[in-house]
Design a protein around this ligand. Structure first.
Ligand code: XUL
Length: 544
């Protein structure tokens, strides 16, 4: 029975998941994960990132990633649950935005590796730059400003590429390297994303970038899903010749290279173009068409969903990427997620059960009080100077404080994701904090949408494996519907959904304007919001 493998090359670890799919049989055969720090300590990473004196700089090691792939294929090959001969197609997901700089001849090397030796021992001459800047890098502010100026302003770049010039995005990163190390840039023949680099390693040849990850570069035109010539030229000289082509997410790169076949005993399985972790998560959380969003409640909180058209965020903190099904996806990320909830919990000495209890006891709407929980610098909206701001919230009252932090987060999420233009009928909640149903009740009430919980598991890895299923069927002449691809793998937990409470929905609908007024005031862009709060209190009689 055919087996499909998905990888997830994330910041801290490499994971793999194998699925068995045929007719009604749809099961996870096995899943593996290795942490870079623990499995490959000789590269000296911490949480997958190389040490740096400059806190704005974050890079990892592309050699380590290749070594991890070798290790992981070895583990998969040794797993008795996995019938290697049945592996039909392989795809993957990579942390977005990171870039790998390959020297001339590197692709030839990948195609002619000696299976008797580890890959890492054979890539010596392959890298024009030994490190790969990753998405946590924030060192390219000047390059972002230069690119905005060269391309008609930040908003013009957002309209074309889906995002304003953004520090962690690949284009500004390439520009910084080309300027800071012209000799290194001159040695560079190919610039890959984390996703396309891994696909090239597996296929032993050039691999394309898909529109999901291509949109995370500030270099791709959403309208054509191809590189935007003006941005490519403005970014660095001769960049066009260094970028891989952009191709649909279901494109076959080639068969698994002879190296992996001989070294770990796999067949010449189809290697399918890799994508970014967020586009893969879209598939892994079942959001294969517009109308639903996923809310991931983790260290940071993220909301994302499929979009039929590439609508762009007017305030510039949201991002539009290509979707692996075709079409687009919108994503907005908030830095103050669990971190902010945890701060408030600790102030009142509560455990998480106590936090949930406090949430249940305070009235919805916090009496018109608003808390803007910017405990660390916020990215949506951009708040470089951290510090929570409270408007009419009694911070000594544990229940009110807890309620206000959660409401402040979800009101911000609703307001700052409205640009996606998605009518949110249902929310798929994932991430650690999704365990808390009281929290999800507030989410349901603020969005006026049913909330269902999904397995916290690795949705990017699952999404990658499901993309392999889809691409293999398509290449075999069957245009398989996405609902069929995800069927049986992506399902909510077996429990009743969290349903909005009409009275709370009414309060929050009115509270959005108050939140907007408080936020504008806190950002120095609006008057004292007391009048807006008073209007809300008059309109919404408070009962406890
Ligand atoms: C998205 C982003 C992160 C990385 C993490 O824009 O920077 O989600 O993709 O892996």
């Amino acid at each position: 029975m055919p087996i499909y493998i998905g990888f997830d090359a994330s910041t801290q670890s490499l994971s793999a998941m194998a699925l068995r799919v045929e007719g009604a049989t749809r099961e996870v055969v096995c899943a593996h994960a290795l942490s870079y720090d623990e499995a490959l300590p000789h590269h000296g990473t911490r949480h997958g990132v190389l040490p740096s004196d400059d806190p704005r700089v974050a890079a990892s090691s592309p050699l380590m990633w290749a070594e991890a792939l070798d290790l992981m294929l070895g583990r998969l090959s040794a797993d008795p649950r996995l019938d290697r001969d049945q592996v039909r197609a392989i795809s993957g997901s990579g942390q977005q935005h990171g870039s790998v700089y390959l020297a001339a001849g590197a692709l030839d090397t990948l195609g002619t590796l000696d299976p008797a030796r580890p890959i890492a021992a054979q890539l010596g001459g392959c890298f024009a730059r030994p490190v790969a800047p990753i998405w946590m890098d924030a060192s390219t502010g000047p390059q972002c400003a230069e690119l905005a100026a060269a391309l008609g302003g930040a908003d013009a770049v957002a309209r074309r590429t889906g995002s304003r010039p953004t520090a962690r995005f690949t284009g500004p990163q390439i520009r910084r390297f080309a300027t800071a190390d012209p000799a290194g840039y001159a040695r560079t023949a190919h610039i890959h994303l984390v996703s396309s680099y891994h696909a090239a390693l597996l296929a032993g040849r050039q691999a394309p970038v898909d529109p999901g990850d291509g949109a995370g570069t500030n270099l791709m035109d959403l309208a054509t899903t191809d590189w935007w010539p003006a941005a490519v030229q403005a970014t660095a000289p001769g960049l066009e010749a260094r970028l891989p082509p952009v191709a649909p997410s279901w494109t076959t790169v080639g068969p698994l290279s002879g190296y992996w076949q001989a070294r770990h005993g796999f067949p010449p399985a189809r290697v399918v173009t890799w994508s970014g972790d967020n586009p893969c998560s879209l598939v892994g959380t079942g959001l294969v068409r517009e109308g639903r969003v996923a809310v991931s409640l983790g260290t940071s909180d993220t909301i994302f969903g499929a979009m039929d058209a590439p609508r762009v965020d007017p305030i510039g903190t949201g991002h539009v990427f290509g979707a692996p099904m075709g079409g687009f996806m919108g994503l907005t990320c908030f830095a103050n997620g669990s971190l902010a909830r945890d701060r408030v919990r600790q102030v009142h000495g509560l455990d998480w059960e106590g936090f949930a209890e406090a949430l249940r006891h305070a009235p919805a709407g916090s009496g018109g009080g608003i808390l803007l929980p910017w405990f660390v610098p916020e990215i949506t909206p951009v708040v470089p100077e951290p510090g929570a701001r409270a408007y009419g919230v009694d911070l000594d009252d544990a229940a009110q404080h807890v309620r206000a932090v959660v409401e402040g987060q979800f009101l911000a999420m609703a307001r700052h994701s409205a640009w996606m233009g998605i009518h949110v009928g249902a929310i798929h909640a994932t991430g650690g904090a999704a365990a808390n149903r009281a929290l999800l009740q507030v989410l349901a009430d603020v969005f006026d949408a049913r909330v269902r919980r999904f397995e916290v598991g690795n949705s990017a890895c699952l999404g990658a494996a499901l993309r392999a299923v889809h691409a293999d069927a398509r290449a075999s002449g069957r245009d398989i519907p996405w609902d069929e691809v995800i069927d049986g793998f992506v399902a909510p937990l077996a429990e009743p959904p969290i349903v909005p409470v009409p009275e709370h929905v009414r309060r929050y609908a009115a509270l959005r304007a108050v939140h907007a007024a408080c936020e504008a005031h806190a950002l120095g862009q609006g008057p004292d919001p007391a009048a807006a709060q008073e209007r809300w209190r008059r309109a919404v009689p408070i009962e406890n």
